[in-house]
Design a binder for this molecule. Structure first.
Ligand SMILES: CC(C)(COP(=O)(O)OP(=O)(O)OC[C@H]1O[C@@H](n2cnc3c(N)ncnc32)[C@H](O)[C@@H]1OP(=O)(O)O)[C@@H](O)C(=O)NCCC(=O)NCCS
Length: 200
């Protein structure tokens, strides 16, 4: 999955071991300055990401690689920059908010992050599509995610990509995810039925 942008070619790829640190930095910086205001160490994020490199993990961690039009911005020896991340998980482990038990038949998308200087280029939308395609390829027809209630840019991304806020929609067999909609929670759940189905 790739697209031309104003600053170069964006390509979404599975996490490569060589990109662990770069992906961790994008993730840490993005979430530190988001409404989630998460502060985690490079080591903890690196350990978490390594889990996706295991062949036993059916989930996937995607990175957005930018091959810049201006090659001078590349560090020596590199052919691309890591500018975004997203994970699709089948065990709910990618969620670092209140406990969520993943219901049967749904994948969870998390760790959606785009480098601050590369936002507004359609990178998150590409990453989201890659996550959804991964879930579909595994035979799952539903994806869910949690988003901070004050995170307007992320909510817009998901709403404009066909996601529905769960408390505003009829439940579609995701009772555990409903917990995010309870009063007092900082997050809301959003879901999307893949493959053209409806939420009825
Ligand atoms: C949310 C985030 C991932 C969006 O990344 P991005 O690459 O800039 O998003 P895209 O360029 O793909 O935008 C896709 C859509 O998202 C919405 N969107 C993105 N940024 C927005 C903003 N600042 N305000 C309103 N809507 C916004 C729009 O609907 C946009 O579609 P459009 O360009 O056709 O209007 C990015 O801002 C980010 O990393 N934030 C910090 C981490 C975070 O909050 N992650 C989400 C956790 S659930």
């Amino acid at each position: 999955m790739s697209a031309e942008s104003a600053v170069g070619l964006i390509k979404v790829a599975h996490l490569d071991a060589a990109d662990l640190d770069a992906a961790s930095v994008v993730l840490i910086r993005s979430f530190a300055t988001s409404p989630d205001s998460v502060s985690v160490s490079l080591k903890d994020v690196g350990d978490f990401l390594k889990g996706f490199l295991s062949p036993d993990n059916e989930g996937a961690f995607f990175t957005a690689r930018l091959t810049p039009s201006d090659a001078n911005v590349l560090p020596e020896g590199r052919t691309y920059l890591i500018v975004g991340t997203a994970a699709v998980s089948l065990d709910g482990g990618a969620l670092d908010t209140e406990a969520v038990r993943l219901p049967a038949g749904a994948a969870v998308i998390a760790n959606m992050a785009v480098n601050q200087t590369h936002r507004g280029l359609g990178i998150a939308r590409l990453l989201l599509q890659a996550c959804e395609q991964h879930a579909l390829a595994l035979g799952l027809d539903c994806v869910g995610l949690a988003v901070h209630k004050n995170n307007a840019p992320a909510q817009e991304l998901y709403l404009s990509s066909g996601y529905t806020k769960l408390q505003d929609a009829k439940p579609i067999g995701l009772p555990a995810l409903l917990n995010f909609g309870l009063p007092g929670s900082k997050h809301i759940a959003m879901v999307k039925r893949l493959g053209g189905g409806s939420h009825q």
